[in-house]
Design a protein around this ligand. Structure first.
Ligand code: SAH
Length: 264
């Protein structure tokens, strides 16, 4: 078996170039060097250069966790998550963990982003049509979604994060991603109906506006506080809008930041 690269890259590599990652003589184009380039050093050199190897490792783990949708895995493999977190956290960017993004909010775990995206895409052959995301945050999930859908509307209630997402996303020039500032509890009627709605923040119930804005045949995936369990416990809820009515499925426990009303 090949030796695994150091993972996660250590923060102390941020300081300078790594030593000893020159390929051994005679192996220049074959086996990867024994000491893979740590992400921190790569990023301190300015561009994403080699972060793809670390990202592929993340994708492998997602597949190992049961994500099978090839489009989702490919989108997770192409969006550079390290560009959406503060520089002090880049060394953790490809771990399956949520990370702070400022204003008390967090970027979702890659495993959860992939899981929710896969749920949204279930039964869809090609790309999704129009998608609404509530809770842009740093913009990471919005970027992933933009590779899976023809049109994505993403709404954020905190001005600071809405601005941050715009900055984070600029380099990708995603013409099909529309960032909106506002209270997502009301959805975004102008873009409706949506074939998929995804919430990155959990409330006590799914707002009626989201159901109204969901197309017939569409699917909504959101964390919802489970009434019967202890306060703060959330579960992932899937709502399918069928011609016969709504069908709700409650899935595994999750932990998302709270869905709040109003803007700030
Ligand atoms: N998808 C994001 C996750 C951000 S965390 C990412 O990839 O980074 C969830 C976000 O939902 C927070 O930024 C929070 O401010 C936002 N949020 C909470 N309630 C909201 C509401 N009513 N409307 C819009 N955004 C909301």
């Amino acid at each position: 078996m090949k030796e695994r690269p150091p993972f996660p890259a250590r923060l102390d590599f941020l300081a300078g170039k790594p030593k000893g990652n020159r390929p051994a003589p005679g192996h220049a184009h074959s086996a990867p060097s024994q000491v893979a380039k740590p992400l921190g050093s790569v990023l301190s050199q300015g561009v994403g250069l080699d972060s793809s190897a670390v990202r592929m490792n993340m994708v492998k783990k997602l597949a190992g966790q049961g994500v099978t949708d090839a489009l989702v895995l490919s989108a997770m493999g192409s969006i550079e998550r390290h560009r959406f977190v503060d520089s002090a956290l880049v060394n953790q960017a490809y771990e399956d963990t949520s990370l702070p993004i400022g204003l008390g909010q967090t970027i979702s775990k890659p495993g959860v982003v992939a899981r929710m995206a896969e749920l949204l895409r279930q039964g869809t052959a090609g790309k999704l049509g129009r998608v609404l995301e509530i809770g842009t945050g740093c913009g990471y999930q919005a970027a992933v979604l933009s590779l899976l859908a023809h049109e994505v509307y993403s709404i954020e209630r905190l001005r600071g994060l809405h601005d941050k997402a715009r900055d984070n996303l600029r380099h990708l020039r995603l013409a099909n991603l529309h960032l909106l500032f506002g209270d997502g509890m009301a959805g975004y009627a102008k873009g409706a109906p949506y074939v998929a709605i995804i919430a990155a923040a959990g409330g006590e119930a799914v707002p009626q506006a989201w159901i109204d804005q969901l197309a017939v045949g569409g699917r909504l995936v959101a964390p919802v506080s489970a009434g019967s369990t202890a306060a703060g416990q959330q579960a992932l809820v899937v709502i399918d809008k069928t011609p016969q009515g709504l069908r709700q499925t409650v899935l595994e426990a999750v932990h998302f930041v709270p869905l709040k009303s109003g803007v700030a």
